[in-house]
Design a binder for this molecule. Structure first.
Ligand SMILES: [Ca+2]
Ligand SMILES: [Ca+2]
Length: 222
């Protein structure tokens, strides 16, 4: 990929504005590509978003809204349109919220409907079903979540991914999950061997290893 392809008009525009005013204009946050790939054996889904620029989840406005944010509306039955019925979100099973990253540094997954008093930072949605860590490598954000957290069981679901800047919509994408292909036998054997080695290493160094924060999920709140 050439520089021009990777940084199209928006960056050139920003550079020109910078020349004119001395300030860099931030490009509007967009989805370059995204996916939700399910591992049925692990009963987990890997969400990936490639943004058009590095997102800022930690600058807040006076209303507490993040400079950049994202939210998934999950429809576990896999149907479109995502928003249908009354109220319009009544067919959804869960909400995945990037908007709460600023609170505890993780992605929270919530029930759609709230019962009782609203929780702080809930955005009006329901209780926390679980929260998961994420990684951000340049413009690419990834996180894995158990299917249980998003309210799905068979790995087939549809969703809308909404991007916002200080609460205002900047882009949205509708898509369906895909099921990851089963690994080739050679790969599986390799993984098995590696797994056995890992177990051996873990036994030897058992008392020295702290629990890894990767793939550790907060338990579902009652
Ligand atoms: Ca489903
Ligand atoms: Ca549904």
């Amino acid at each position: 990929m050439t520089f021009a392809q990777k940084f199209p008009v928006s960056m050139l525009g920003a550079a020109l504005i910078a020349l004119g005013t001395g300030q860099i204009a931030q490009a509007v946050l967009l989805v370059e590509s995204e996916s939700a790939v399910v591992n049925l054996d692990a009963k987990e889904v890997l969400f990936t978003i490639d943004f058009n620029r590095v997102p800022d989840f930690f600058t807040l406005d006076q209303a507490g809204r993040q400079a950049d944010s994202f939210q998934y509306y999950v429809e576990a039955d896999g149907e479109f349109p995502i928003f249908r019925g009354s109220p319009f979100y009544s067919e959804l099973e869960s909400i995945i919220r990037g908007e709460e990253i600023n609170v505890a540094g993780d992605i929270r997954i919530r029930d759609v409907f709230s019962v009782g008093p609203l929780e702080p930072n809930s955005g009006g949605w329901g209780k926390i079903r679980g929260s998961v860590p994420y990684s951000l490598d340049g413009t690419v954000l990834k996180f894995s979540a158990p299917l249980q957290f998003i309210g799905d069981s068979d790995g087939l679901f549809s969703y809308q991914l909404l991007l916002t800047e200080f609460g205002g919509s900047s882009d949205s994408v509708e898509n369906k999950s895909t099921i990851a292909s089963v690994p080739e036998p050679n790969f599986a054997l390799g993984a098995l061997t590696f797994g056995a080695l890992s177990v051996g290493l873990r036994r030897k160094r058992k008392h020295k290893l702290a629990p890894s924060p990767v793939n550790q999920y907060d338990s579902v709140k009652a």
